[in-house]
Design a protein. Structure first.
Length: 286
């Protein structure tokens, strides 16, 4: 990947997060108060449970340090507009999905620097130099929190225009997502060929485990099926675009995407392969 293309990655992520913001409005967050238990369960799952499941899989299967850190990195990145779209197809609580996505995305400016620094110091201490939590926090603010906020402001100021153009805006965001995933895979093609079976198995196990356990915990807490399948999707779908974009920033890479971006790229493909059949099974289940 050329320097110019690599420099465009943050802009692509910022645009994707901006489109997320244009789909949010203040009334979307009312669900926090109308479904407080469901929102709390979804929030805890996203921020705490997903990284713990990823960590357990990494410790048991012991992939190479760069791959282990890459898997942890994708587990730290909350789901974006993809989880909202899949919740809609699953006939779930879209309002809850949108609220969870918005809140966790805004919180990521705090959670990601802390979690990334801890994981980097554990898995990459013998592979690379140090990283700055403050730098990552600033980057997260500029690439996620600020664009989401600007998107919400644009939705408020130009409501009719944003609603009419939402299809185009989201279409461009989807195109950026595909290009980013393709770039990460192409840059690390040889490593992918060598590690495909092991990385794929680890990621599949994480995704399936998150689906199953999130459904069981939600039902154990007596949440409705409407909220349960929403939480299962929000818990299982991560934002691979954020992880891929952060990878060269974390590693200080000037040319090409580093190997730590590969799990996120593969995840961006596998999550659809696993999620779509599951959604087909649960969308009409009472």
């Amino acid at each position: 990947m050329s320097n110019n293309a690599l420099a465009l990655l943050p802009l692509a992520l910022a645009y994707i997060m901006f489109t997320l913001g244009t789909g949010l409005k203040p009334t979307d967050f009312k669900v926090i108060f109308s479904h407080p238990k469901a929102f709390f369960v979804g929030l805890v799952n996203q921020v705490i449970f997903v990284p713990l499941v990823a960590l357990a899989v990494v410790l048991v299967m012991s992939p190479p340090p760069t791959i282990a850190f890459g898997i942890m990195l994708i587990s730290f990145c909350p789901g974006g507009v993809t989880s909202n779209m899949l919740t809609y197809y699953a006939k779930g609580n879209v309002a809850l999905s949108v609220a969870l996505t918005g809140v966790v995305s805004l919180l990521s400016v705090v959670t990601l620097p802390i979690l990334i620094t801890l994981a980097f110091n554990h898995f990459m201490k013998d592979q690379a130099g140090s990283i700055s939590a403050l730098k990552i926090g600033v980057v997260m603010f500029l690439l996620t929190t600020l664009p989401v906020t600007l998107g919400m402001l644009a939705r408020y100021k130009f409501t009719d225009f944003m609603i009419r153009r939402s299809g185009i805006l989201n279409g461009i965001a989807s195109l950026f997502f595909v290009l980013i995933v393709f770039a990460a895979i192409a840059t690390n093609w040889q490593l992918l060929q060598e590690q495909l079976a092991s990385i794929g198995l680890e990621l599949v196990f994480i995704i399936v485990t998150l689906f199953i356990v999130s459904i069981l915990t939600a039902k154990a807490l007596k949440l409705s099926w409407f909220d349960t399948k929403t939480i299962a999707i929000e818990t299982s779908i991560q934002n691979s675009t954020t992880a891929i974009t952060l990878a060269p920033i974390i590693m200080g890479t000037a040319v090409g995407l580093p190997a730590i971006a590969l799990p996120a790229a593969l995840y961006g493909v596998l999550m659809y392969i696993i999620a779509l059949p599951v959604i087909a099974l649960i969308r009409n289940k009472n």
